[in-house]
Ligand binder design. Structure first.
Ligand code: GRF
Length: 262
């Protein structure tokens, strides 16, 4: 059975020399840092002891991101580019996982110098397969998982392990056109506007709380290919923006709504 609730609070380590309170001590655990606490909160904590510590922000451990792919991996590359360009502050990509050893995106990730692993299904049940992936992610310290063209539904095993910390990107304005071939569905339905959505993953199909969306017009002469290409362009921007918010912790989940904190 899958339970609800929020992900457990993260523990944050700072090291001697970075926090005056810890000078001379072995690496310490500062305490439980809940979602929403960023380096600035920790700086405030230390500031009260012996003044500001400019180097702490740079030295703060980064949030480790795991990316799951099944195919070409263009969203994975867009996220990697955004991280490299500093557009997702405080994030690092710790691992790229594919459920297909021959996924084109896996080669692209390797060429980019990212850590990769292929974990194929190999006759395992969905739960067994997910358990193997979760183990790899945990082994690499992954805290947030981004599904980027990952073509398998996640089991409760996976969702429980990363509750409210799994993001997915979908090429429609959810809740319209969930599932496969969203762009084809949009053309068939005759909508004038479609787009893309980044949402948190829960047990439903493409139905978790929506983090961010971008709209794309459907043009009179659009084919599935031309529409998909224009949506993909927006996906690449949207995913980085949504992940930036989640990494910042500057949001709260209220029912089905993801709200930015003021
Ligand atoms: C994207 O359109 C994404 O929205 C959907 O699958 C596609 C993956 O493309 N979930 P890519 O592998 O990221 O290029």
């Amino acid at each position: 059975m899958c339970g609800g609730g929020f992900a457990p609070p993260k523990r944050c380590q700072i090291f001697p020399g970075l926090c005056p309170a810890a000078w001379g001590a072995a690496p310490i655990t500062l305490g439980v840092v809940t979602e929403g606490h960023r380096p600035s909160d920790i700086r405030r904590h230390c500031h009260g002891v012996a003044g500001p510590i400019p180097s702490l922000v740079q030295q703060q451990a980064k949030t480790k991101i795991g990316i799951l792919i099944s195919g070409r991996g263009s969203n994975m590359l867009a996220l990697a580019g955004a991280v490299d360009e500093g557009r997702i502050p405080g994030a690092e990509i710790a691992l790229v996982v594919s459920d297909y050893a021959n996924a084109a995106g896996l080669d692209l990730a390797r060429e980019r110098g990212l850590k990769i692993v292929a974990i194929e299904r190999e006759g395992r049940s969905r739960e067994e397969h997910d358990r193997a992936i979760v183990t790899a992610l945990k082994d690499h310290g992954v805290e947030i998982v981004c599904l980027a063209g990952y073509m398998r539904l996640l089991s409760c095993v996976f969702i429980e392990a990363y509750r409210n910390r799994i993001l997915n990107i979908h090429p429609s304005l959810l809740p319209a056109f969930p599932g496969l071939d969203a762009q084809r569905q949009a053309l068939k339905q005759g909508v004038k506007w479609t787009g893309c959505t980044v949402h948190l993953v829960d047990e439903s199909l493409d139905g978790g709380p929506i983090i961010a969306q971008k709209i794309v017009p459907v043009l009179e002469d659009d084919t599935e290919e031309t529409l998909s290409a224009r949506i993909l362009e927006q996906e690449h921007k949207l995913y980085a923006e949504a992940l930036t918010l989640v990494v910042s912790g500057n949001y709260e989940i209220a029912g089905r709504r993801v709200l930015r904190k003021q």
